[in-house]
Design a binder for this molecule. Structure first.
Ligand SMILES: [Zn+2]
Length: 551
Protein backbone atom coordinates (compact mmCIF):
# COMPACT_ATOMS: atom_id res chain seq x y z
CA UNK A 1 0.00 0.00 0.00
CA UNK A 2 1.21 3.51 -0.82
CA UNK A 3 2.36 5.58 2.14
CA UNK A 4 3.57 2.64 4.18
CA UNK A 5 7.20 2.96 3.18
CA UNK A 6 8.01 4.77 6.41
CA UNK A 7 6.77 1.87 8.60
CA UNK A 8 9.95 0.19 9.83
CA UNK A 9 8.50 -2.88 11.58
CA UNK A 10 11.39 -2.50 13.98
CA UNK A 11 11.82 -5.33 16.48
CA UNK A 12 12.47 -4.23 20.06
CA UNK A 13 13.82 -6.69 22.62
CA UNK A 14 12.93 -5.92 26.23
CA UNK A 15 14.98 -7.47 29.01
CA UNK A 16 13.32 -7.94 32.40
CA UNK A 17 14.35 -9.30 35.79
CA UNK A 18 11.80 -12.02 35.19
CA UNK A 19 8.82 -12.50 32.88
CA UNK A 20 5.93 -14.67 34.08
CA UNK A 21 4.30 -15.52 30.78
CA UNK A 22 1.25 -17.55 31.97
CA UNK A 23 2.06 -19.77 28.99
CA UNK A 24 2.36 -23.23 30.57
CA UNK A 25 4.77 -24.38 27.84
CA UNK A 26 7.22 -21.57 28.66
CA UNK A 27 6.27 -20.18 32.08
CA UNK A 28 9.25 -17.90 32.70
CA UNK A 29 11.60 -15.90 30.51
CA UNK A 30 13.88 -12.88 30.69
CA UNK A 31 13.42 -11.39 27.21
CA UNK A 32 10.44 -10.55 25.02
CA UNK A 33 10.68 -9.26 21.47
CA UNK A 34 7.97 -6.96 20.16
CA UNK A 35 7.26 -6.00 16.55
CA UNK A 36 4.65 -3.28 16.08
CA UNK A 37 1.82 -4.20 18.48
CA UNK A 38 2.57 -7.94 18.76
CA UNK A 39 4.93 -10.33 20.50
CA UNK A 40 7.30 -12.00 18.05
CA UNK A 41 9.49 -14.01 20.47
CA UNK A 42 9.73 -14.87 24.17
CA UNK A 43 12.76 -16.54 25.77
CA UNK A 44 16.28 -16.02 27.09
CA UNK A 45 19.09 -13.83 25.77
CA UNK A 46 20.43 -16.65 23.55
CA UNK A 47 17.01 -17.15 21.93
CA UNK A 48 16.96 -13.48 20.90
CA UNK A 49 20.12 -13.97 18.82
CA UNK A 50 17.96 -15.73 16.24
CA UNK A 51 16.26 -12.41 15.42
CA UNK A 52 18.08 -10.14 12.93
CA UNK A 53 18.51 -6.39 13.36
CA UNK A 54 16.81 -5.92 16.69
CA UNK A 55 17.00 -2.91 19.00
CA UNK A 56 17.63 -3.70 22.67
CA UNK A 57 15.77 -1.78 25.35
CA UNK A 58 16.87 -2.35 28.95
CA UNK A 59 14.52 0.02 30.73
CA UNK A 60 12.71 -2.95 32.33
CA UNK A 61 15.92 -4.73 33.35
CA UNK A 62 15.05 -4.49 37.05
CA UNK A 63 11.28 -4.91 36.56
CA UNK A 64 8.91 -7.88 36.51
CA UNK A 65 6.81 -8.36 33.39
CA UNK A 66 3.41 -10.04 33.49
CA UNK A 67 0.68 -10.28 30.89
CA UNK A 68 -1.35 -7.07 31.07
CA UNK A 69 -4.15 -7.58 33.57
CA UNK A 70 -7.64 -8.25 32.21
CA UNK A 71 -10.46 -6.75 34.31
CA UNK A 72 -13.50 -8.82 33.37
CA UNK A 73 -16.08 -6.85 35.34
CA UNK A 74 -15.90 -3.07 35.69
CA UNK A 75 -17.85 -0.04 34.48
CA UNK A 76 -16.90 3.06 32.50
CA UNK A 77 -18.81 5.00 35.17
CA UNK A 78 -15.53 4.87 37.13
CA UNK A 79 -14.41 7.55 34.66
CA UNK A 80 -17.48 9.70 35.34
CA UNK A 81 -17.22 9.47 39.12
CA UNK A 82 -13.62 10.71 39.25
CA UNK A 83 -14.77 14.11 38.01
CA UNK A 84 -16.43 14.42 41.46
CA UNK A 85 -14.98 14.22 45.02
CA UNK A 86 -14.53 10.73 46.50
CA UNK A 87 -15.90 10.38 50.06
CA UNK A 88 -15.51 6.63 50.71
CA UNK A 89 -13.95 5.17 53.86
CA UNK A 90 -10.95 3.49 52.20
CA UNK A 91 -7.96 5.08 50.44
CA UNK A 92 -8.29 5.07 46.67
CA UNK A 93 -6.13 6.13 43.74
CA UNK A 94 -7.41 8.74 41.30
CA UNK A 95 -6.76 8.30 37.55
CA UNK A 96 -3.92 10.85 37.76
CA UNK A 97 -2.15 8.67 40.33
CA UNK A 98 -2.93 10.71 43.46
CA UNK A 99 -3.84 8.69 46.54
CA UNK A 100 -7.12 9.98 47.98
CA UNK A 101 -7.41 9.40 51.70
CA UNK A 102 -10.43 7.43 52.97
CA UNK A 103 -12.84 9.17 55.35
CA UNK A 104 -13.83 7.24 58.47
CA UNK A 105 -16.46 9.60 59.93
CA UNK A 106 -19.48 11.60 58.74
CA UNK A 107 -17.69 14.75 59.97
CA UNK A 108 -14.75 14.05 57.67
CA UNK A 109 -17.15 13.46 54.74
CA UNK A 110 -18.88 16.79 55.39
CA UNK A 111 -15.53 18.58 55.66
CA UNK A 112 -14.42 17.27 52.24
CA UNK A 113 -17.76 18.25 50.70
CA UNK A 114 -17.41 21.77 52.14
CA UNK A 115 -13.96 22.05 50.54
CA UNK A 116 -15.29 20.80 47.20
CA UNK A 117 -18.27 23.12 47.11
CA UNK A 118 -15.88 26.11 47.14
CA UNK A 119 -14.47 24.98 43.78
CA UNK A 120 -17.84 25.22 42.02
CA UNK A 121 -18.35 28.51 40.21
CA UNK A 122 -21.98 28.67 39.15
CA UNK A 123 -24.05 29.21 42.29
CA UNK A 124 -26.70 26.68 41.27
CA UNK A 125 -24.39 23.92 39.93
CA UNK A 126 -25.05 20.66 41.85
CA UNK A 127 -22.31 19.16 43.99
CA UNK A 128 -21.92 15.44 43.32
CA UNK A 129 -19.79 13.05 45.38
CA UNK A 130 -19.44 9.28 45.60
CA UNK A 131 -18.15 6.25 47.50
CA UNK A 132 -19.90 6.69 50.88
CA UNK A 133 -21.15 3.55 52.69
CA UNK A 134 -22.79 3.73 56.16
CA UNK A 135 -21.52 0.18 56.86
CA UNK A 136 -17.96 1.58 56.68
CA UNK A 137 -18.52 4.43 59.18
CA UNK A 138 -19.98 2.37 62.00
CA UNK A 139 -23.50 2.20 60.57
CA UNK A 140 -24.08 5.96 60.86
CA UNK A 141 -26.46 7.29 58.20
CA UNK A 142 -25.91 10.48 56.26
CA UNK A 143 -29.00 12.74 56.49
CA UNK A 144 -30.25 15.80 54.62
CA UNK A 145 -29.42 17.84 57.74
CA UNK A 146 -25.75 16.84 57.38
CA UNK A 147 -25.78 17.82 53.70
CA UNK A 148 -27.60 21.09 54.42
CA UNK A 149 -24.47 22.20 56.28
CA UNK A 150 -22.64 21.90 52.94
CA UNK A 151 -25.16 23.97 50.98
CA UNK A 152 -28.77 25.12 51.13
CA UNK A 153 -28.59 26.99 47.84
CA UNK A 154 -27.51 24.25 45.44
CA UNK A 155 -28.30 20.51 45.12
CA UNK A 156 -25.88 18.20 46.98
CA UNK A 157 -25.90 14.51 45.99
CA UNK A 158 -23.74 11.72 47.41
CA UNK A 159 -23.83 8.35 45.63
CA UNK A 160 -23.23 5.44 47.98
CA UNK A 161 -20.52 2.88 47.17
CA UNK A 162 -23.09 0.28 46.06
CA UNK A 163 -24.48 2.82 43.54
CA UNK A 164 -27.98 1.71 44.54
CA UNK A 165 -28.58 4.60 47.01
CA UNK A 166 -28.11 8.39 46.78
CA UNK A 167 -28.13 10.85 49.72
CA UNK A 168 -29.32 14.41 49.01
CA UNK A 169 -29.83 17.73 50.83
CA UNK A 170 -33.17 19.39 51.64
CA UNK A 171 -33.12 21.65 48.58
CA UNK A 172 -32.81 18.63 46.29
CA UNK A 173 -35.71 16.85 48.02
CA UNK A 174 -37.80 19.99 47.69
CA UNK A 175 -37.06 20.37 43.99
CA UNK A 176 -37.87 16.71 43.31
CA UNK A 177 -41.11 17.10 45.28
CA UNK A 178 -40.27 14.65 48.08
CA UNK A 179 -41.85 15.59 51.42
CA UNK A 180 -43.64 14.08 54.43
CA UNK A 181 -46.57 13.06 52.21
CA UNK A 182 -44.38 11.11 49.72
CA UNK A 183 -45.37 7.44 49.37
CA UNK A 184 -42.87 6.43 46.64
CA UNK A 185 -40.91 3.31 47.66
CA UNK A 186 -37.28 3.91 48.68
CA UNK A 187 -37.79 7.25 50.47
CA UNK A 188 -37.13 6.54 54.19
CA UNK A 189 -38.34 9.07 56.75
CA UNK A 190 -36.81 10.59 59.91
CA UNK A 191 -38.61 10.42 63.28
CA UNK A 192 -40.45 13.66 62.50
CA UNK A 193 -41.95 12.06 59.37
CA UNK A 194 -39.91 14.08 56.85
CA UNK A 195 -37.68 12.32 54.26
CA UNK A 196 -34.19 11.55 55.58
CA UNK A 197 -32.56 12.49 52.29
CA UNK A 198 -31.70 8.90 51.41
CA UNK A 199 -33.15 7.80 48.06
CA UNK A 200 -33.01 4.04 47.44
CA UNK A 201 -33.50 1.99 44.31
CA UNK A 202 -34.74 2.99 40.88
CA UNK A 203 -38.17 4.65 41.24
CA UNK A 204 -37.16 7.35 43.72
CA UNK A 205 -33.91 8.14 41.99
CA UNK A 206 -35.29 8.27 38.46
CA UNK A 207 -37.74 10.95 39.69
CA UNK A 208 -34.78 12.81 41.16
CA UNK A 209 -32.70 12.56 37.98
CA UNK A 210 -35.64 13.77 35.86
CA UNK A 211 -35.84 16.85 38.08
CA UNK A 212 -32.13 17.48 37.62
CA UNK A 213 -32.37 16.85 33.87
CA UNK A 214 -29.30 14.61 34.19
CA UNK A 215 -28.92 10.97 35.15
CA UNK A 216 -25.51 10.62 36.77
CA UNK A 217 -25.94 6.82 36.75
CA UNK A 218 -25.76 6.68 32.97
CA UNK A 219 -23.90 9.97 32.67
CA UNK A 220 -23.01 11.56 29.39
CA UNK A 221 -19.95 9.84 28.07
CA UNK A 222 -17.30 11.96 26.39
CA UNK A 223 -13.69 11.54 25.37
CA UNK A 224 -12.40 12.90 28.67
CA UNK A 225 -14.50 10.48 30.75
CA UNK A 226 -13.50 7.51 28.60
CA UNK A 227 -9.80 8.36 28.81
CA UNK A 228 -10.05 8.91 32.56
CA UNK A 229 -11.36 5.33 32.77
CA UNK A 230 -8.46 4.06 30.66
CA UNK A 231 -5.95 6.03 32.74
CA UNK A 232 -7.37 4.67 36.03
CA UNK A 233 -7.02 1.15 34.63
CA UNK A 234 -3.52 1.52 33.15
CA UNK A 235 -2.29 2.88 36.47
CA UNK A 236 -3.07 -0.54 37.97
CA UNK A 237 -1.47 -2.64 35.22
CA UNK A 238 -4.69 -3.32 33.31
CA UNK A 239 -4.50 -3.52 29.52
CA UNK A 240 -7.96 -4.97 28.73
CA UNK A 241 -11.11 -3.83 30.52
CA UNK A 242 -14.85 -4.34 30.26
CA UNK A 243 -17.74 -1.92 30.51
CA UNK A 244 -20.08 -4.59 31.70
CA UNK A 245 -23.51 -2.95 31.42
CA UNK A 246 -24.21 -0.31 28.84
CA UNK A 247 -27.31 0.64 26.83
CA UNK A 248 -24.92 1.36 23.94
CA UNK A 249 -26.95 4.26 22.60
CA UNK A 250 -25.62 5.83 19.39
CA UNK A 251 -23.80 8.77 21.07
CA UNK A 252 -21.97 6.34 23.39
CA UNK A 253 -21.04 4.04 20.52
CA UNK A 254 -19.70 7.07 18.61
CA UNK A 255 -17.48 8.04 21.56
CA UNK A 256 -16.21 4.45 21.82
CA UNK A 257 -15.50 4.21 18.09
CA UNK A 258 -13.75 7.56 17.90
CA UNK A 259 -11.74 7.46 21.12
CA UNK A 260 -10.79 3.87 22.03
CA UNK A 261 -7.97 4.02 19.45
CA UNK A 262 -5.85 6.20 21.72
CA UNK A 263 -7.15 4.85 25.05
CA UNK A 264 -4.53 3.07 27.18
CA UNK A 265 -6.60 -0.15 27.38
CA UNK A 266 -8.63 -2.40 25.09
CA UNK A 267 -12.34 -2.03 25.81
CA UNK A 268 -15.00 -4.76 25.86
CA UNK A 269 -18.50 -3.28 26.33
CA UNK A 270 -21.47 -5.49 27.22
CA UNK A 271 -24.93 -4.59 25.97
CA UNK A 272 -27.49 -4.21 28.80
CA UNK A 273 -30.31 -6.68 28.16
CA UNK A 274 -32.75 -4.78 30.42
CA UNK A 275 -33.29 -1.97 27.91
CA UNK A 276 -33.65 -4.20 24.84
CA UNK A 277 -35.90 -7.06 23.84
CA UNK A 278 -33.76 -10.07 22.84
CA UNK A 279 -34.72 -9.39 19.21
CA UNK A 280 -33.53 -5.76 19.45
CA UNK A 281 -30.46 -6.84 21.36
CA UNK A 282 -29.42 -9.43 18.76
CA UNK A 283 -29.95 -6.93 15.94
CA UNK A 284 -27.85 -4.33 17.76
CA UNK A 285 -25.07 -6.80 18.49
CA UNK A 286 -24.94 -7.76 14.81
CA UNK A 287 -24.62 -4.09 13.84
CA UNK A 288 -22.01 -3.32 16.52
CA UNK A 289 -19.81 -6.31 15.72
CA UNK A 290 -19.12 -4.79 12.30
CA UNK A 291 -17.32 -1.95 14.16
CA UNK A 292 -14.96 -4.22 16.12
CA UNK A 293 -11.27 -3.42 16.12
CA UNK A 294 -8.18 -4.58 18.01
CA UNK A 295 -9.00 -2.09 20.75
CA UNK A 296 -12.80 -2.23 20.87
CA UNK A 297 -14.81 -5.45 21.03
CA UNK A 298 -18.59 -5.53 20.98
CA UNK A 299 -20.53 -8.79 21.13
CA UNK A 300 -21.40 -9.77 24.70
CA UNK A 301 -24.70 -9.19 26.50
CA UNK A 302 -25.23 -8.59 30.24
CA UNK A 303 -28.27 -9.77 32.18
CA UNK A 304 -28.78 -8.67 35.81
CA UNK A 305 -30.76 -11.39 37.60
CA UNK A 306 -30.91 -10.22 41.24
CA UNK A 307 -29.74 -7.43 43.57
CA UNK A 308 -26.91 -7.20 46.12
CA UNK A 309 -26.23 -9.21 49.28
CA UNK A 310 -25.27 -6.26 51.51
CA UNK A 311 -28.43 -4.45 50.37
CA UNK A 312 -30.49 -7.60 51.18
CA UNK A 313 -31.78 -7.62 47.58
CA UNK A 314 -29.95 -10.78 46.38
CA UNK A 315 -32.17 -13.86 45.86
CA UNK A 316 -31.23 -16.62 48.32
CA UNK A 317 -32.23 -20.26 48.68
CA UNK A 318 -33.51 -21.54 52.01
CA UNK A 319 -32.78 -20.53 54.78
CA UNK A 320 -32.41 -17.03 53.32
CA UNK A 321 -30.78 -14.13 55.15
CA UNK A 322 -29.07 -15.07 58.39
CA UNK A 323 -30.67 -12.14 60.25
CA UNK A 324 -34.16 -13.06 59.00
CA UNK A 325 -34.48 -10.26 56.42
CA UNK A 326 -37.00 -11.11 53.66
CA UNK A 327 -35.67 -12.59 50.42
CA UNK A 328 -34.39 -10.19 47.75
CA UNK A 329 -35.53 -9.05 44.32
CA UNK A 330 -35.71 -10.71 40.94
CA UNK A 331 -34.52 -8.14 38.39
CA UNK A 332 -35.53 -10.75 35.79
CA UNK A 333 -38.01 -13.43 36.87
CA UNK A 334 -36.84 -17.04 36.30
CA UNK A 335 -39.42 -17.73 33.52
CA UNK A 336 -38.46 -14.60 31.64
CA UNK A 337 -34.77 -15.38 32.18
CA UNK A 338 -35.27 -18.79 30.59
CA UNK A 339 -36.87 -17.19 27.54
CA UNK A 340 -34.17 -14.51 27.15
CA UNK A 341 -31.26 -16.91 27.67
CA UNK A 342 -32.81 -19.35 25.18
CA UNK A 343 -33.05 -16.73 22.42
CA UNK A 344 -29.54 -15.29 22.84
CA UNK A 345 -28.04 -18.75 23.23
CA UNK A 346 -29.68 -19.96 20.04
CA UNK A 347 -28.36 -16.88 18.22
CA UNK A 348 -24.78 -17.64 19.31
CA UNK A 349 -24.42 -14.65 21.65
CA UNK A 350 -22.25 -14.99 24.77
CA UNK A 351 -24.08 -14.02 27.97
CA UNK A 352 -22.68 -12.50 31.17
CA UNK A 353 -25.25 -12.95 33.92
CA UNK A 354 -25.10 -11.14 37.26
CA UNK A 355 -26.16 -13.25 40.24
CA UNK A 356 -25.28 -12.63 43.88
CA UNK A 357 -27.58 -15.04 45.68
CA UNK A 358 -27.60 -18.82 45.19
CA UNK A 359 -31.27 -18.89 44.16
CA UNK A 360 -30.42 -16.53 41.30
CA UNK A 361 -27.50 -18.78 40.33
CA UNK A 362 -29.94 -21.72 40.21
CA UNK A 363 -32.17 -19.75 37.85
CA UNK A 364 -29.23 -19.09 35.51
CA UNK A 365 -28.14 -22.74 35.55
CA UNK A 366 -31.70 -23.90 34.85
CA UNK A 367 -31.93 -21.47 31.94
CA UNK A 368 -28.57 -22.50 30.44
CA UNK A 369 -29.42 -26.19 30.85
CA UNK A 370 -32.75 -25.73 29.02
CA UNK A 371 -31.02 -23.71 26.29
CA UNK A 372 -28.33 -26.38 25.88
CA UNK A 373 -30.95 -29.13 25.57
CA UNK A 374 -32.93 -27.16 22.97
CA UNK A 375 -29.88 -25.92 21.03
CA UNK A 376 -26.66 -27.70 22.00
CA UNK A 377 -23.80 -25.24 21.58
CA UNK A 378 -20.19 -26.11 22.34
CA UNK A 379 -17.92 -23.50 23.91
CA UNK A 380 -20.64 -20.91 24.61
CA UNK A 381 -18.69 -19.68 27.68
CA UNK A 382 -21.75 -18.08 29.30
CA UNK A 383 -20.34 -16.52 32.47
CA UNK A 384 -21.96 -15.98 35.85
CA UNK A 385 -20.81 -12.58 37.11
CA UNK A 386 -20.27 -12.20 40.89
CA UNK A 387 -21.67 -15.73 41.51
CA UNK A 388 -20.92 -14.93 45.13
CA UNK A 389 -22.93 -17.52 47.05
CA UNK A 390 -22.58 -20.51 44.72
CA UNK A 391 -22.43 -23.85 46.56
CA UNK A 392 -20.11 -26.74 45.65
CA UNK A 393 -23.05 -28.47 43.93
CA UNK A 394 -23.67 -25.37 41.81
CA UNK A 395 -20.01 -25.24 40.78
CA UNK A 396 -20.27 -28.92 39.74
CA UNK A 397 -23.30 -28.03 37.63
CA UNK A 398 -21.46 -25.09 36.09
CA UNK A 399 -18.64 -27.41 35.14
CA UNK A 400 -20.96 -29.86 33.40
CA UNK A 401 -22.85 -27.09 31.58
CA UNK A 402 -19.69 -25.27 30.39
CA UNK A 403 -20.50 -22.16 32.42
CA UNK A 404 -17.65 -19.88 33.64
CA UNK A 405 -17.58 -17.87 36.90
CA UNK A 406 -16.22 -14.38 37.46
CA UNK A 407 -16.04 -14.02 41.25
CA UNK A 408 -16.26 -10.75 43.19
CA UNK A 409 -13.28 -11.40 45.49
CA UNK A 410 -13.00 -7.78 46.65
CA UNK A 411 -16.33 -8.25 48.44
CA UNK A 412 -14.56 -10.37 51.05
CA UNK A 413 -12.59 -7.38 52.30
CA UNK A 414 -15.24 -4.66 52.00
CA UNK A 415 -18.40 -6.51 53.15
CA UNK A 416 -17.09 -9.79 54.58
CA UNK A 417 -17.74 -8.73 58.18
CA UNK A 418 -21.35 -7.86 57.35
CA UNK A 419 -21.73 -11.23 55.58
CA UNK A 420 -20.40 -13.10 58.62
CA UNK A 421 -22.55 -11.25 61.16
CA UNK A 422 -25.77 -10.39 59.34
CA UNK A 423 -26.37 -11.48 55.76
CA UNK A 424 -25.01 -15.03 55.46
CA UNK A 425 -23.88 -16.15 58.90
CA UNK A 426 -20.54 -17.85 59.61
CA UNK A 427 -20.85 -21.01 57.48
CA UNK A 428 -22.17 -19.54 54.26
CA UNK A 429 -19.93 -16.45 54.61
CA UNK A 430 -16.98 -18.86 54.48
CA UNK A 431 -17.96 -19.97 50.97
CA UNK A 432 -18.49 -16.49 49.54
CA UNK A 433 -16.64 -16.09 46.23
CA UNK A 434 -15.40 -19.68 46.50
CA UNK A 435 -12.51 -19.43 44.06
CA UNK A 436 -10.70 -22.52 45.36
CA UNK A 437 -13.87 -24.57 44.82
CA UNK A 438 -14.03 -23.28 41.22
CA UNK A 439 -10.38 -24.30 40.87
CA UNK A 440 -10.98 -27.79 42.35
CA UNK A 441 -14.07 -28.39 40.19
CA UNK A 442 -12.33 -27.22 37.01
CA UNK A 443 -14.78 -24.38 36.41
CA UNK A 444 -13.07 -21.69 34.26
CA UNK A 445 -12.96 -18.62 36.49
CA UNK A 446 -11.75 -15.07 36.91
CA UNK A 447 -11.85 -12.58 39.82
CA UNK A 448 -12.92 -8.95 39.59
CA UNK A 449 -13.48 -5.60 41.32
CA UNK A 450 -16.75 -4.26 39.78
CA UNK A 451 -15.28 -0.72 39.78
CA UNK A 452 -16.53 1.81 40.71
CA UNK A 453 -18.15 -0.33 43.45
CA UNK A 454 -14.66 -1.28 44.71
CA UNK A 455 -11.29 0.04 43.48
CA UNK A 456 -9.74 -0.97 40.18
CA UNK A 457 -6.60 -2.91 41.10
CA UNK A 458 -6.00 -6.52 40.05
CA UNK A 459 -3.14 -6.82 42.57
CA UNK A 460 -5.57 -5.87 45.34
CA UNK A 461 -8.15 -8.32 43.94
CA UNK A 462 -5.46 -11.02 43.95
CA UNK A 463 -4.65 -10.09 47.56
CA UNK A 464 -8.33 -10.51 48.48
CA UNK A 465 -8.60 -13.95 46.83
CA UNK A 466 -5.27 -15.14 48.28
CA UNK A 467 -5.71 -13.90 51.87
CA UNK A 468 -9.53 -13.66 52.26
CA UNK A 469 -9.12 -11.10 55.04
CA UNK A 470 -12.03 -8.79 55.94
CA UNK A 471 -11.69 -5.10 56.84
CA UNK A 472 -11.92 -6.11 60.53
CA UNK A 473 -9.13 -8.69 60.06
CA UNK A 474 -11.14 -11.92 60.05
CA UNK A 475 -9.98 -14.70 57.67
CA UNK A 476 -13.21 -15.65 55.92
CA UNK A 477 -13.19 -19.22 54.56
CA UNK A 478 -9.47 -20.11 54.59
CA UNK A 479 -10.22 -23.27 52.53
CA UNK A 480 -11.24 -21.01 49.64
CA UNK A 481 -7.91 -19.14 49.45
CA UNK A 482 -6.09 -19.22 46.11
CA UNK A 483 -2.35 -19.44 45.73
CA UNK A 484 -0.74 -16.29 44.28
CA UNK A 485 -0.07 -18.18 41.03
CA UNK A 486 -3.73 -19.22 40.74
CA UNK A 487 -4.86 -15.67 41.47
CA UNK A 488 -2.47 -14.30 38.86
CA UNK A 489 -3.92 -16.66 36.29
CA UNK A 490 -7.44 -15.52 37.26
CA UNK A 491 -6.66 -11.84 36.50
CA UNK A 492 -4.89 -12.60 33.21
CA UNK A 493 -5.67 -15.71 31.16
CA UNK A 494 -8.67 -16.62 33.34
CA UNK A 495 -10.43 -13.32 32.66
CA UNK A 496 -9.38 -13.36 28.99
CA UNK A 497 -11.04 -16.78 28.65
CA UNK A 498 -14.37 -15.49 30.00
CA UNK A 499 -14.28 -12.80 27.29
CA UNK A 500 -13.24 -15.23 24.53
CA UNK A 501 -10.07 -13.17 24.09
CA UNK A 502 -7.59 -15.78 25.30
CA UNK A 503 -6.26 -16.21 21.76
CA UNK A 504 -5.13 -12.58 21.79
CA UNK A 505 -4.40 -11.45 25.35
CA UNK A 506 -3.87 -12.92 28.84
CA UNK A 507 -0.42 -14.46 28.34
CA UNK A 508 2.94 -13.48 26.90
CA UNK A 509 3.52 -15.65 23.85
CA UNK A 510 4.26 -15.35 20.16
CA UNK A 511 1.44 -13.83 18.13
CA UNK A 512 -0.42 -12.22 21.00
CA UNK A 513 -0.71 -8.49 21.55
CA UNK A 514 2.29 -6.93 23.30
CA UNK A 515 0.26 -6.10 26.42
CA UNK A 516 2.27 -6.20 29.66
CA UNK A 517 1.92 -5.15 33.27
CA UNK A 518 5.28 -3.81 34.48
CA UNK A 519 5.84 -4.23 38.24
CA UNK A 520 8.58 -3.23 40.65
CA UNK A 521 8.44 -6.61 42.45
CA UNK A 522 7.47 -10.22 41.74
CA UNK A 523 3.99 -11.17 43.05
CA UNK A 524 5.01 -14.85 43.04
CA UNK A 525 8.05 -14.13 45.24
CA UNK A 526 6.61 -11.62 47.68
CA UNK A 527 4.73 -12.73 50.82
CA UNK A 528 1.00 -13.19 50.02
CA UNK A 529 0.10 -10.47 52.55
CA UNK A 530 2.19 -7.97 50.58
CA UNK A 531 0.58 -8.53 47.15
CA UNK A 532 -1.51 -5.37 47.34
CA UNK A 533 1.53 -3.21 48.15
CA UNK A 534 3.54 -4.02 45.02
CA UNK A 535 4.08 -0.92 42.90
CA UNK A 536 2.84 -0.98 39.32
CA UNK A 537 5.44 0.87 37.23
CA UNK A 538 3.09 1.02 34.26
CA UNK A 539 1.97 -0.96 31.25
CA UNK A 540 2.82 -1.77 27.68
CA UNK A 541 -0.32 -1.79 25.54
CA UNK A 542 -0.02 -2.96 21.96
CA UNK A 543 3.69 -2.17 22.13
CA UNK A 544 3.17 1.36 23.49
CA UNK A 545 4.71 2.14 26.88
CA UNK A 546 2.64 3.95 29.53
CA UNK A 547 4.52 4.86 32.69
CA UNK A 548 2.11 5.33 35.60
CA UNK A 549 2.18 8.73 37.34
CA UNK A 550 3.35 8.43 40.93
CA UNK A 551 0.80 9.02 43.62
ZN1 LIG B 1 -21.14 -4.56 37.85
Amino acid sequence: MAGEACVTHETIVYRAKVIHTMNASRPTATHVAVQDDRIILVGGVEDMQSLPGVRHDDRFADKVLLPGFVEGHAHVMEGTLWSWPYVGAFDRRAPDGRRIEGLKTIEAVIARLKESVKTLADSDEPLYAWGFDPLHVGGVKLTRHDLDTVSTTRPVLVHQASLHITNVNSLTLERAGFDASTTVAGVPKLDDGTPSGELQGLAARLRLFRTLGFNPMTGSLDQETLHRYGDAAALQGITTITDLHNDLLDPTVDVFRTHTGDMKVRLVPALASATHSPEEGMEKIRRLRAMNSDRLRFGIVKIVVDGSIQGFTARLRWPGYHNGAPNGLWYVAPDELMRIVGLYHQAGVQLHMHTNGDEATDAVLDAVEAAQIAHPRPDHRHTIQHCQMASAAQFRRMKSLGVCANLFSNHIFYWGDAHYAATMGPERAARIDAAATAERMGVPYAIHCDAPVTPLSPLFTMWCAVNRVTAAGRVLGPEERLTPAQALRAVTLGAAYTLKLDQEVGSIEVGKFADFAVLDADPLERAPEALKDITVWGTVSGGIIHEAPNG
